[in-house]
Design a protein around this ligand. Structure first.
Ligand code: NIG
Ligand code: FE
Length: 401
C-alpha cells in the first residue's frame, strides 16, 4: 500500500456535484494514502500531521479526477479502412452493414485473431488512453457473435487489467449485430442469451449492452436480452437512437439502465424518461463525426431535464476509430455545444455513473486516488486543445504511473 503523499500548490477541479461547474479549489493540497484520497482543501488548512510527510510541489498545475472512457470496443481484430474509403465515395454506414460489411466484417477478423494478438492490439489502444490520464476503461464484446468468441473477447478485456495499471469494466454486447445468414430471433435465443449466461458464470460480465437499431435488434428482441440480464442481476446499457428513433431510449429507461448511448435521434420525451430513471446519456461525437451525421443529440432537452451527460471515445474500427478521450471532449464542445465544464464532468463524474462506479470520478476524501495532473492552469484548456496532450502525471490508486 502506498504511504501518505501530499500534492501541494495545486489547483483542484473536484468535479463534486454540489460544488457547481468544476468545483475549483485554488492554492490547494491533496493527500493520498493507501490508494485513496485522504484529504483535500486549501493549502492553508492542510492538517498538521501531513506537513511532514513526503510531498510534491505542483506549482499551480491542475489536478482532476483521472479520466474515464465509459464506452469502447477496443478489443477487436482487423480494421475497416476499406469501408472508410467506401463511405468517402458515398456509401452509408447502413448500406455497408446491409451488404455484409460493417460490424460483421470485424466479427470475421476477430474470430480469426489469436488470443495473444487480440490482447496485444488492445494493449496498444489502452496505452494511448493511459497516456491521456485515463484510469478506467469500459470494454465491450460484440465482435464474436458466437459463444466461444464472445467469451474470448471478454477474457481479453479482463486480462488488460492484469497487464496495465488500469481498471476495466466489461459489457456483454452479444446483441450487437445479426451474424451472417442467421435469424435475429433464433440468434438471441440460441447464441446471445446462452453466451451471456456462460460469460456471467465465468465472472466476465459487469454490464449488459445491445444495439437497438433497424440494422441490428428491435425493442422486443432487446427486451429478451435485458430480461436475461435482470435474472442474472446485471445492470444494463444500450446503443440507442443512433441512426433512427425506434424506442431504445425508453426501453433503457424502463430497465433503469446505467446509460443510453449515442442518442442523436432521442426526443424530448426520451430525455424526460432518462431523467426519471436516472440514466446517463453517453454522447459519442467520434461516431457522429466519422459517419457525417447531421442530427445532433438533444443537449438542450438533456439539460432541461437534468439528464447527466457523459462523453466517450466509442473507440471501434467502424464508426469511431478515435483513440483520444481528450479529442472526444473537444468534439463534444465544438460539435454538440457542451461547455468545457460539461465535457469534463462527462469524462469523470458522469462517466463513472455510466459504469455504476461510486468510488471514482470526483475528488473527495475516501474516493480512489485516481488522478490526472495537467500542465494547464484552467480546466477549459483540456477541451480547448485539438490533438494536444497536456498530461503531466497520472496517478493510479495513489501511485504515479
Ligand atoms: O457504437 N453502433 C454500434 N456499435 C458501434 C459501432 C461498431 C462498428 O461499426 O464496428 C458504435 O458505433
Ligand atoms: Fe459503441
Amino acid at each position: 500500500m502506498p504511504a501518505p503523499h501530499v500534492y501541494k500548490e495545486a489547483t483542484l477541479a473536484t468535479m463534486q456535484p454540489e460544488a457547481g461547474d468544476y468545483g475549483l479549489i485554488p492554492n490547494a493540497a491533496l493527500v493520498t494514502d493507501g490508494g485513496k484520497i485522504a484529504w483535500l482543501g486549501p493549502m492553508a488548512d492542510l492538517p498538521k500531521p501531513y506537513a511532514s510527510v513526503s510531498s510534491t510541489n505542483l506549482a499551480g498545475r491542475l489536478i482532476t479526477p483521472a479520466l474515464i472512457d465509459c464506452h469502447t470496443h477496443i478489443v477487436h481484430g482487423g480494421n475497416r479502412a476499406l469501408e472508410f474509403e467506401m463511405r468517402l465515395q458515398g456509401a452509408s454506414y447502413e448500406e455497408i452493414a446491409r451488404a455484409g460489411g460493417g460490424i460483421v466484417s470485424t466479427v470475421t477478423a476477430t474470430r480469426n485473431t489469436s488470443d495473444a494478438d487480440l490482447l496485444k492490439a488492445a494493449l496498444t489502444r489502452v496505452d494511448a488512453l493511459i497516456a491521456e490520464g485515463v484510469s478506467t476503461i469500459e470494454v465491450k464484446s460484440g465482435y464474436g457473435l458466437d459463444i466461444e468468441t464472445e467469451l474470448k473477447m471478454l477474457r481479453t478485456a479482463r486480462q488488460i487489467a492484469t497487464q496495465r495499471p488500469v481498471r476495466v469494466s466489461t459489457s456483454f454486447l452479444g446483441a450487437h449485430a445479426v451474424p451472417k445468414g442467421a435469424n435475429a430471433d433464433t440468434y438471441i435465443d440460441d447464441v446471445c442469451i446462452p453466451a451471456l449466461k456462460a460469460a456471467h458464470a465465468e465472472g466476465l460480465v459487469d454490464m449488459v449492452d445491445g444495439f437497438c437499431e433497424g440494422i441490428a435488434f428491435d425493442v422486443a428482441q432487446m427486451t429478451r436480452v435485458f430480461d436475461a440480464a435482470k435474472a442474472l442481476g446485471l445492470p444494463i446499457k444500450l446503443h440507442a437512437e443512433q441512426l433512427s428513433n425506434i424506442g431504445g431510449t425508453q426501453l433503457a429507461a424502463r430497465y433503469n439502465a446505467l446509460s443510453a448511448d449515442h442518442v442523436e435521434y432521442a426526443s424530448e420525451a426520451d430525455a424526460a424518461a432518462l431523467a426519471k430513471s436516472n440514466t446517463v446519456a453517453v454522447l459519442l461525437p467520434g461516431a457522429f463525426y466519422t459517419l457525417h451525421e447531421t442530427q445532433k443529440p438533444p443537449v438542450a432537452a438533456f439539460r432541461a431535464h437534468s439528464v447527466p451527460m457523459a462523453l466517450a471515445t466509442d473507440w471501434n474500427p467502424g464508426s469511431s476509430p478515435l483513440g483520444s478521450l481528450l479529442l472526444s471532449m473537444n468534439m463534444g464542445c465544438t460539435l454538440f455545444g457542451l461547455t468545457p465544464a460539461e465535457a469534463l464532468a462527462g469524462t469523470t463524474r458522469h462517466a463513472a455513473a455510466a459504469l455504476g462506479l461510486t468510488d471514482s470520478g470526483t475528488l473527495a476524501a475516501g474516493k480512489r486516488a485516481d488522478l490526472a495532473i495537467w500542465n494547464v492552469a484552467t480546466p477549459a484548456e483540456l477541451s480547448y486543445g485539438i490533438g494536444i496532450n497536456p498530461l503531466h502525471t497520472r496517478i493510479f490508486a495513489g501511485q504515479a504511473t
